[in-house]
Design a protein around this ligand. Structure first.
Ligand code: 6PG
Length: 251
């Protein structure tokens, strides 16, 4: 059964981070108590950095079962791990350097093979193994959204949107958001989530958010609309600016 997306609008980004951190701690501890581990897929880009930094601070640093976490990425730019464009580096600096997740449980996307398709196949195998050992689901997937309605590295009208359901990770060569070469979870992979949280802030996202949530179904034009887990929930965590509720200066 596909749940209707839930939209939570927060007065500011700090309130959004507090809610998201509390919810993640709750879900993580519930899942660890039930099955012994928590499989979390991390969003890239800039927006989630503040949430990762919040999770590295008290009380969440003490409350999260870090030693039982399995961390994966929703997408990765095809750059070295020490590149300023690397989503892995962003998460390492904002979170991993400050909490005790065993490195054996951290699964950065491989960005060193000469052929990105080989890297995608390797990441697919890692994810497939993790999902099979985790009741066939991703516990939580965190996602951002671009002003064009893309999510992860699933960009409008790209071939990645039509990847077969058997494919969990694909390589992207022509991303309109630089850098152009990326690896991304496919819609089929994302839709194995028990819980998806979109984290979207800023007035520049307001038009896309309105379109994704309320415009007629246009998933290839608005890839975020492809996110509808068959057995999971979708929650949008947005600030007032992204919700189009910000009072404009001249109003
Ligand atoms: C990436 C992200 C991408 C991001 C959106 C929003 O690697 O670029 O996965 O999908 O979530 O582009 O980016 P911002 O959070 O930087 O606005």
């Amino acid at each position: 059964m596909t749940h209707q997306p839930v939209l939570n609008v927060f007065p500011d980004i700090a309130a959004l981070h507090q809610f998201a951190a509390e919810r993640l701690v709750q879900l993580a501890n519930e899942r660890v108590a039930a099955v012994g581990s928590f499989l979390l897929v991390l969003a890239g880009g800039n927006t989630p950095r503040g949430l990762y930094q919040r999770l590295a601070q008290s009380p969440f640093r003490e409350q999260m079962p870090w030693e039982h976490m399995r961390l994966f990425w929703s997408d990765e730019r095809y750059v070295p791990y020490d590149s300023p464009d690397s989503n892995y580096l962003m998460v390492r600096e904002a979170l991993l350097n400050h909490v005790s997740v065993p490195m054996a449980h951290v699964y950065p996307a491989p960005t060193n093979p000469d052929n990105p398709a080989d890297a995608a196949a390797a990441y697919h195998s890692q994810l497939q193994h993790l999902i099979e050992s985790h009741d066939g689901q991703l516990d939580v997937v965190l996602l951002g959204m671009g002003a064009d309605g893309h999510t992860a590295s699933l960009f409008p009208h790209s071939a990645a949107l039509s990847a077969p359901a058997s494919q969990l990770v694909v390589a992207v060569q022509d991303a309109p958001k630089p850098p152009p070469h990326r690896l991304t979870l496919t819609p089929a992979a994302i839709n194995k989530a028990a819980h998806v949280f979109f984290i979207v802030t800023g007035a520049d996202k307001a038009e896309a958010l309105q379109a994704v949530l309320h415009r007629t179904h246009d998933p290839h034009g608005l890839p975020a609309q492809l996110v509808h887990p068959a057995h999971g929930s979708v929650t949008w965590l947005v600030d007032q600016a992204a919700a189009g509720q910000e009072k404009s200066a001249q109003a």
